[in-house]
Design a protein. Structure first.
Lengths: 499, 361
């Protein structure tokens, strides 16, 4: 468990009389659809951010939209917080339960309602796994582009909630760029369809607002998304560099040439070694960094681009360039990158995965600072990096059984995120804020902005019942956190009384 | 005209308007003053709040003040072989970055290249309380906080005065060509577009007008050349091709010249039937956008669009008792009211321009 309390006093202000709520919910939910006993609730106490644990008050496992609607109406009337959960793979505590709240588990909403190959549209329930969509589309020569690394397990509802990215979003966009419409229930239990199968819909872009809203604005009960035709050709190149900075320059050069690769990933020396020890992908363990570049398109396009990319890599001092000769080799080049997290799991008892995004030109400076920050806390950091779009995933290695190491890892993580903001980036590129990065939000946003976020939240959920305490910090939280972070001599949130 | 930062001036004007409870009508170069419901309030001009603040070709990002003209931005980008992928209209050769975002309009490449919402990375806005706020940023991936940047797209200034924006820019296609074909029978633009896409053809425009199909191909030289050879049809010269697509985007094409009947924009799902939409029409976006000069009643047109899963916007012209945009359902109307209230509690920013109902507290 983290050293600090997960929820603040203002986040747990709810006064819930649980017995009448149980009685009401039992009428709405199917048998075994309401988990009251502690052992059953324990199974839901954490998500992908396993260091944070919290037992929910109740767990509801509805099977129909009407049942979700009933649960929401009931909770709205009784003032019970609701936290929605899909597969529970959030890396930021997005679906961590609320101690006074109901955990709304949508695992049973796992049906693909329709694959319309002709129109390249899929309609799915929110609990459908990301990869299952691509698998269902594959017989039609189609796929769903966003591919977060947890795609084998993570659900599409959660992808909307977090605006999930992945390796291929450099060229094909994030979840928000690939979803056409969502059916949403408001906290009051009212159903509406946001977006449409058309390319635009009248009114404000509420569809964009739902993406990355971390379950704070509504409950997504159906998702309509666009599918893409499989690329005719793919090619993967892997280049080694003797220093990370050269690799960073090569990335900029490829883009300056007018090429947007389907994927452009970098790993540092420590990550290469860990991955190679784990999957034996034939990675160049002598390199300080490797760059993996995937190109896709028609044969002619890919051939043109491959030539240009090879030239860029050579011009920027690549010590070795390998071009995959067949599908097996392409898979092998990717294997180490895709297994980077579990590979790191083998070399360290615990690791803490961060998710900042930075302007690419700051890469060399940021990596240097990360290693300095880690060193001051006697920890090591391994870096994998969505190089094309500047999204860093530093993995901070620690041993949770050693006193003080988790706290040190959290301190390193926090410092890294603040570094990302300092160089013009953001505290989260694709994992979401959840509870994990909520303090660092105070560094990225000023009071007026945080107030605006809260006002947007209130527009959807007046009583603040959906996922309380997540994503947007209260000003009191910022005041407390801000004591440590005086920026340019200015006290953040000066309007607040300091106690 | 030299670039200048008028943020403080805009802020104080807005604060003044707020203290007087006097609505403002946000304007740039007035290229889209016809669009949306009638303008209300004292003009708040961003026309002189101009200048590109940051442009880094290798970061694929451009940040500019809202009043910066699209033409200036395009010129700067073109010097580096890049462009605004969403290809915003420049009606009458005018238009600003702020206006492009606030209107959310995109050119004929929209189905293949994405729209404004796909390219916006960050904004600075003044909300209705004259508070300057920054959302998003200059990086490609950013999920910190609600996506206020995208919420500004198409909001027609009802939620905030955009003072600055960062957009993703992309390398321009090296090669471009347009093929003109005269089809024998009824055209299924959707099927044609799908067939081309699956064959890896670099389609970026597909229009049906006056019994001709206009197909734009843009990409690497080899891909465009191969497509032209394989597909056939009359090929426009490069100059003709650029002029044609610009005339569609900016509505200077002869189709748009007659302004007697109101001009409707009907947005439809892929493969939606186009039957029943009576009047003269230009079919854009491979059948997903219908430009229609029609005397159909607004009610009938909107009902038909809705039946097909789309919507109809009264784009140009006036009809009694007809708002510009398709009405929303009750839940979304309420959300629009509350969101408006959260940004602009005094209702001073472009009131009623998007929906009259948004002004009900």
């Amino acid at each position: 468990m983290p050293a600090h309390a997960l929820f603040r006093e203002e986040d747990i202000r709810f006064d819930v009389d649980v017995d009448p709520v149980i009685a009401a919910l039992e009428k709405i939910l199917p048998d075994e659809g309401l988990v009251v006993h502690e052992a059953g609730r324990r199974a839901y106490e954490c998500d992908g951010l396993a260091a944070y644990k919290q037992l929910p008050l109740l767990v509801a496992i509805p099977e129909t939209v009407e049942q979700i609607q009933g649960v929401l109406k009931c909770c709205h009337e009784a003032g019970v917080p609701v936290v929605t959960r899909g597969s529970g793979t959030s890396l930021s505590g997005g679906s961590l339960p609320h101690p006074q709240g109901l955990l709304l588990a949508l695992g049973k909403f796992n049906k693909i309602i329709e694959i319309d190959a002709e129109r390249r549209i899929a309609r799915v329930q929110p609990g459908v796994r990301n990869l299952a969509i691509t698998e269902a589309a594959a017989p039609h020569g189609l796929y769903y582009a966003p591919d977060p690394s947890s795609q084998i397990a993570c659900s599409i509802g959660g992808n909307v909630g977090e605006n999930a990215g992945g390796v291929h979003c450099l060229k094909y966009g994030l979840t928000v760029n690939n979803v056409l419409a969502v059916k949403v229930l408001t906290m009051e239990g009212e159903l509406t369809t946001i977006g449409s199968e058309a390319l635009d819909s009248p009114g404000l872009d509420l569809l964009a607002l739902m993406h990355g809203s971390e379950g704070m604005l509504g409950v997504v009960v159906e998702v309509t998304l666009k599918l893409l035709p499989n690329p005719l050709t793919k090619q993967v190149l892997m280049a080694s560099f003797n220093d990370v900075e050269q690799g960073g320059h090569a990335v900029a050069a490829i883009i300056a040439r007018g090429i947007i690769p389907a994927g452009l990933e970098m790993m540092d020396g420590a990550a290469i070694q860990a991955a190679e020890d784990f999957v034996k992908a034939g990675y160049d363990t002598a390199a300080a960094a490797i760059l993996i570049c995937e190109l896709d398109g028609s044969d002619a396009e890919v051939a043109d681009q491959q030539k240009a990319v090879e030239a860029c890599l050579r011009d920027h001092g690549a010590s070795r360039i390998q071009v995959a000769q067949d599908d097996n080799e392409r898979a092998r080049f990717w294997a180490g990158r895709k297994a980077a997290f579990p590979a790191v799991g083998r070399i360290s008892p615990d690791y803490y995965c961060m998710d900042g995004t930075i302007p690419r030109k700051q890469l060399a400076y940021v990596l240097k600072r990360i290693s300095e920050i880690s060193a001051t806390h006697n920890l090591e950091t391994v870096n994998v990096f969505h190089a094309g779009d500047g999204n860093l995933h530093p993995l901070i290695l620690f041993d949770g059984n050693q006193p003080g190491q988790l706290e040190a890892a959290e301190a390193v993580g926090s410092a890294i995120l603040q570094l990302c903001v300092e160089v013009g980036g953001t505290v989260t590129g694709e994992h979401g804020v959840g509870l994990e990065k909520i303090n660092e939000m105070c560094v990225q946003f000023a009071t007026a902005e945080i107030n605006q976020f809260h006002a947007i939240k209130a527009a959807f959920d007046e009583r603040g019942l959906l996922n309380p305490g997540k994503a947007i910090p209260t000003l009191n939280r910022c005041a407390e956190f801000g004591r440590l972070h005086v920026h340019n001599g200015e006290l953040p949130h000066p309007e607040l009384e300091r106690l | 005209m030299s670039d200048q930062d008028q943020t403080e001036l805009l802020k104080s004007r807005l604060a003044e308007a707020r203290s007087q409870a006097e609505p403002v009508c946000i304007v740039g170069q007035q290229s889209k003053s016809f669009y949306g419901n009638a303008q209300v309030g004292t003009p708040l001009s961003l026309a002189e709040h101009t200048g590109i603040i940051n442009y880094e070709p290798t970061e694929l990002v451009l940040t500019a003040r809202a009043g910066t003209s699209l033409a200036d931005i395009e010129k700067t980008l073109a010097a580096e072989g890049q462009s605004l992928a969403f290809d915003p209209p420049q009606f009458g050769g005018r238009g600003t970055l702020g206006g492009a975002i606030a209107s959310g309009l995109a050119g004929p490449g929209r189905p293949w290249l994405g729209g404004v919402r796909d390219m916006i990375l960050g904004v600075k806005i003044l909300n209705g309380q004259a508070e300057l706020m920054r959302f998003g940023g200059e990086v490609m991936k950013n999920v910190a906080g609600y996506d206020v940047s995208r919420l500004m797209v198409g909001a027609l200034g009802t939620l905030g005065v955009i003072t600055e924006a960062s957009v993703k820019v992309l390398p321009s296609a090296v090669s471009e060509a347009t093929l003109v074909q005269t089809p024998d029978s009824d055209v299924d633009l959707h099927a044609l577009s799908e067939q081309l896409l699956r064959a890896g053809r670099p389609v970026t425009g597909l229009i049906h007008w006056d019994n001709r199909i206009y197909l734009r191909l843009a990409g690497t030289e080899s891909a465009v050349e191969a497509a032209c050879q394989a597909l056939g049809g009359e090929q426009m010269s490069a100059t003709e091709s650029r002029a044609f697509w610009t005339s569609i985007r900016d509505q200077s094409h002869p189709f748009y010249a007659d302004t007697q009947a109101p001009l409707w924009r009907v947005s439809l799902p892929p493969k939606a039937p186009l039957t029943g939409f009576t009047g003269e029409c230009l079919v854009d976006w491979a059948g997903q956008q219908l430009w229609l000069k029609s005397d159909m009643s607004a009610t009938a047109l909107r009902a038909l669009a809705q039946e097909h899963g789309g919507s109809a916007t009264l784009f140009r012209g006036h009809l009694d008792d007809c708002d510009a945009f398709q009405p929303l359902d009750a839940v979304q109307t309420r959300l629009h009211q509350r969101i408006k209230q959260s940004f602009d509690p005094e209702h001073i920013l472009n009131p009623t321009r998007l929906y009259r109902e948004m002004e009900a507290a």
